[in-house]
Design a protein around this ligand. Structure first.
Ligand code: ARG
Length: 458
């Protein structure tokens, strides 16, 4: 089959070279954007008097027929035609004859691919935002059940201070909110029409780019044709936002897999979100969560792949840029898969709040509260820290908790300690004390929960 660019060539393509340069296998998913862009371009050409109204109508009707074939799955894809752009154009000419050959007037595949990608990206970012919102909603629902459920909070993976489970879950809701904002920011910056840049220098015909932008739902037009065909920062931003979201979700998944161990026993996965072992009959593996954790590696890989491809590329368009699509689409698919499976997984978890509650009070979790108690009685914090450190050492020697030390023993470390210290050392008192905005006191968590509910619109 003859190439669109075959005129100046005397030799046909080497089959290996043809396979190597073709992009149809992966850019075919851009067909909805490609056809929509072409229909709008035909209208823009007619407005610029480059097509008669009759020619425009023939081309638009032809493209609608092409679209119907693509929708129905009957479109005759031809890999030897390199890419989706050429496939669509060639089919148009087959269907409506030579007039179809006028469609590519004043346009290049260089501005065409940038257009298709930007249109696709805007939709993908909207889906990512919606998917992130769905995960937030699932977390908010579980947080609503657990604002009074104490658990140990950790630093260095060592028990640190009591928190409530809702506080832990809401931490992720606010992280995901920033991921949503990153997706929105990236889509907003991608929202500029590159069409009209043509190959690199700008189209030589009087195209009304602003009208074309309105037709295609863009907020504006790109201000520089070289920039328009040569940059892919919009894809990098999507990939970066996806990588960061993947990182957040990998931490959530890692928390859950850790909590599901016998050692923690804080959570149980529903059978529907776990798998068995082929050799060890007793096992229940948190595969779904593990894979969510693992997928973050792919998301990072895509980002690094495209960054590396872009580095040092001379302006303007280079074929290297074709390498942006597979990592981009892989990240879109990966992120959407993760966001799709998480809400039902989160909804099906059984939190072992009894075990969390028991663990929350163990291991001197309220030692800071004893120091704070002394501070409230006037002792400088550094001295209070020292007093409590000694008390903890004594309790460790005796193998008991701080609250089990006799009052006299505690008073030996500081006469400021009185009988009311008992109440200050409970998990509930420790939680209640952290009533600052953003703290883990149930009342503060209720406020954060209300904020989170507003974010997810539930
Ligand atoms: N397949 C190309 C890409 O993905 C489309 C633009 C091709 N332009 C060209 N002159 N070969 O970037």
């Amino acid at each position: 089959m003859t190439k669109t660019w075959g005129g100046r060539f005397s030799q046909g393509a080497d089959p290996a070279a043809e396979r190597f340069t073709g992009s149809l296998a992966f850019d075919r998913r851009l067909w909805p954007q490609d056809v929509a862009g072409s229909i709008a371009w035909a209208r823009a050409l007619a407005r610029a008097r480059l097509l008669t109204d009759a020619e425009r109508d023939a081309i638009v009707k032809g493209l609608e027929a092409v679209r119907a074939e693509l929708q129905a799955g009957t479109f005759p894809f031809r890999p030897e035609l390199e890419d989706i752009h050429t496939n669509v154009e060639r089919r148009l000419v087959e269907l409506i004859g030579d007039v179809g050959g006028k469609l590519h007037t004043g346009r290049s595949r260089n501005d065409q691919i940038a257009l298709d990608e930007r249109m696709y990206l805007k939709e993908a970012a909207a889906r990512a935002r919606e998917g992130l919102r769905g995960v937030q909603a699932a977390l908010v629902a579980r947080a609503g059940e657990t604002t009074e459920a104490p658990m140990p909070g950790y630093t260095h993976l060592q028990r640190a201070q009591p928190i409530v489970l809702a506080h832990h879950l809401l931490a992720y809701v606010f992280m995901l909110q920033r991921d949503r904002e990153r997706m929105a920011g990236c889509a907003a910056r991608a929202d500029r029409l590159p069409l009209g840049a043509a190959a690199l220098a700008g189209t030589a015909f009087p195209i009304d780019r602003e009208a074309l932008a309105r037709d295609l739902g863009f907020a504006g037009v790109t201000p520089n044709s070289l920039d328009a065909v040569s940059d892919r920062d919009y894809i990098l931003e999507y990939l970066a936002a996806a990588a960061i979201a993947g990182m957040h979700l990998s931490r959530l998944a890692a928390d859950l897999t850790l909590w599901a161990t016998a050692e923690f026993g804080f959570v149980e996965f529903a059978d529907a979100f776990a798998t068995g072992s082929s050799i060890m009959p007793q096992k229940k593996n948190p595969d779904v969560a593990e894979l969510i954790r693992g997928k973050s590696g792919r998301l990072y890989g895509s980002l690094v792949a495209v960054l590396t491809t872009m580095k040092g590329l001379p302006l303007s368009y280079n074929s290297d840029l074709q390498e942006d699509k597979e990592p981009f689409f892989d990240s879109v698919d990966t992120l959407e898969a993760v966001l799709g499976v998480l809400p039902p997984l989160l909804g099906s978890l059984t939190f072992r709040t009894d075990r969390m509650r028991a663990a929350a009070g163990e291991h001197y979790a309220t030692a800071t509260d004893l120091a704070d108690y002394l501070v409230r009685k006037g002792l400088p914090f550094r001295q209070a820290h020292d007093v409590v450190g000694k008390a903890v050492r004594l309790a460790l020697e005796r193998g008991v908790g701080l609250e089990a030390l006799p009052l006299e023993a505690l008073r030996g470390f500081s006469p400021l300690i009185e009988a009311d210290v008992r109440d200050a050392l409970t998990v509930e008192a420790s939680l209640r004390a952290r009533a600052v905005t953003g703290g883990t006191a149930p009342a503060a968590v209720q406020k954060a929960l209300a904020e989170a509910r507003a974010l997810v619109g539930s």
